[in-house]
Write a protein that binds this ligand. Structure first.
Ligand SMILES: [Zn+2]
Length: 210
């Protein structure tokens, strides 16, 4: 597997480029900004982007989706419970003092237990509401890796004080779906350093046993 993690934009959202070494097919997750740099990585590995997956509709994760779609022709995928948030991108831009991005169009809805494929790569969708209602994580069982969006961070969890957030729901999502994964699963959070499920199960102050 080819995997590049590029922190993009002023909030340094971790954008992942994941590619199949044989077929060179790839998925890009959370192209929030800096699409030219994302495309540099795509070209560096000679990849064909087949899927653009958005873990949730916050501007720092979705802001560059249309530019990337135009450049690659790949569809943009998002959980439908974040469509309302997607319509508020100009409001979100004001919160963060950023320029409002162009309107983002969604090509395909992603729900619980759906799969996203690129070549031999298979990612399972975990619907993990809490940070936003439509937040998802992507689990790649063969690679033992979780792309966690803003649901889980090393030593912390996603904030739930923004519109659509729910502390009860994120805790439920984490215990029922994320902590159900094996300890050795590598976690790529939406921001900051990587971690492992086992480490978060042991040490994350928000995940101590109920
Ligand atoms: Zn977020």
């Amino acid at each position: 597997m080819i995997h590049e993690i590029l922190p993009v934009g002023p909030l340094q959202c971790n954008c992942s480029v994941i590619g199949d070494e044989q077929t060179r097919e790839a998925m890009v997750i959370d192209p929030g900004d800096d699409v030219e740099k994302v495309l540099d990585l795509v070209r560096k590995h000679d990849l064909k982007v087949r899927q653009i997956v958005i873990t949730h509709a916050h501007i720092d994760h979705v802001g560059g989706a249309m530019k990337l779609r135009k450049a690659t022709g790949a569809p943009v995928l998002l959980n439908q419970h974040d469509y309302a948030l997607l319509k508020m991108l100009d409001v979100q831009a004001v919160w963060l003092g950023m320029a409002p991005p162009e309107k983002v169009e969604i090509d395909q809805h992603l729900g619980q237990a759906d799969t996203v494929k690129a070549g031999s790569l298979v990612a399972q969708v975990l619907h993990t509401p809490g940070h936003t209602e439509g937040s998802i994580c992507l689990y790649l069982p063969a690679e033992s890796m979780l792309i966690a969006g803003d649901t889980l961070f090393a030593g912390s969890i996603g904030r739930t004080d923004l519109p659509g957030g729910s502390f009860e729901k994120i805790i439920h999502s984490l215990h029922d779906r994320v902590l159900a994964l094996p300890d050795e699963t590598l976690v790529v959070p939406g921001h900051g350093p990587l971690t492992k499920i086992g480490e978060e199960r042991e040490c994350n102050p928000f995940l101590v046993k109920r």
